[in-house]
Design a protein around this ligand. Structure first.
Ligand code: ZN
Length: 277
């Protein structure tokens, strides 16, 4: 699997055929454009509705999207439907429109002769583009992927994705949000919340983990990562959600996990290959 950094919490993990896209926000390096030109199938994951984790412009890639997995608060179904309506009514997008119509006619069991705004139903959208609305605690299987949604200490959830060859964890906004300057009550609440939401991760083992190391937390920047790596057996740790300078593991981190492999992307488009035997 090749992991490519998009921006912020956005990553693409691909195996030569399928590309798993996590929390797309921006893609200044044009990573996804290149993948769709190469004929990749896109499988899209949205952990929650915050603007830095979900933008509906991801659906400009609709003709290439084979499944969409999202927290139930994300209006993905509505936005995909709107996008299809836009595509079939706006003439300039003739090429995209014909690709979408082809998908609908290939994948749809109900016989549709012409696709119009009226017959683009939620059922049709869900069936053709394989939309999966998830709540925390759900495990779903489709398209040869098994996806479990774990909790968050902010909005939405976090994802454990088993692709059949790799187990991938993307934390979304799950973190120990310890803000030093906050009130003692809020600090205690953040601690209690991370204890509650981290607990179900105990004993999991994953090949690739993407987890926030937010610079705005200052002294507590790594606290969430330090905790979660103690709970989960993680082959490759990838920091995200930097909101500031690139993370450099502290001496504490290195002494606590001397053998932990980390890959720290610096620029959009940076990539690493992670093989699993
Ligand atoms: Zn966030």
């Amino acid at each position: 699997m090749k992991v490519t950094y998009l921006e912020h919490s956005g990553f693409v993990i691909e195996d030569g055929k399928r590309a798993y896209v996590f929390d797309y926000w921006k893609d200044p390096a044009g990573v996804i454009d290149t993948l769709v030109e190469q004929g990749y199938e896109l499988h899209v994951f949205v952990s929650h509705i915050h603007h830095d984790h979900y933008v509906k412009s991801i659906f400009k890639y609709l003709p290439y999207i084979h499944s969409i997995w999202y927290h139930e608060d994300v209006p993905a179904l509505r936005d995909v439907r709107k996008q299809i309506q836009h595509i079939v009514t706006v003439k300039e997008e003739a090429n995209t429109a014909s690709l979408v119509l082809e998908r609908i006619n290939n994948d749809c069991t109900t016989d549709i002769q012409t696709v119009s705004e009226e017959n683009i139903t939620d059922e049709l959208v869900q069936q053709v583009f394989s939309l999966h609305s998830m709540a925390v605690g759900d495990t779903l299987e489709a398209d040869d992927i098994t996806v479990t949604m774990f909790g968050s200490t902010d909005a939405g959830g976090s994802f454990l994705v088993d692709t059949g060859t790799h187990r991938i964890f993307h934390a979304g906004d799950l973190n120990w949000w310890h803000w030093s300057g906050d009130t003692p009550e809020n600090i205690a609440e953040a601690k209690a919340l991370k204890e509650k939401e981290f607990a179900p991760l105990t004993g999991l083992s994953v090949d690739i983990m993407m987890f926030p190391v937010d610079a705005r937390l200052e002294v507590a920047r790594e606290w969430g990562a330090l905790e979660v790596l103690g709970l989960m057996d993680t082959k490759l740790f990838i920091p995200m959600h930097a909101n500031g300078p690139t993370w450099v593991p502290s001496d504490t981190f290195r002494h606590t996990y001397p053998t932990q492999r980390c890959w720290i992307p610096e620029q959009p488009g940076d990539a690493v290959v992670e093989e699993v035997k």
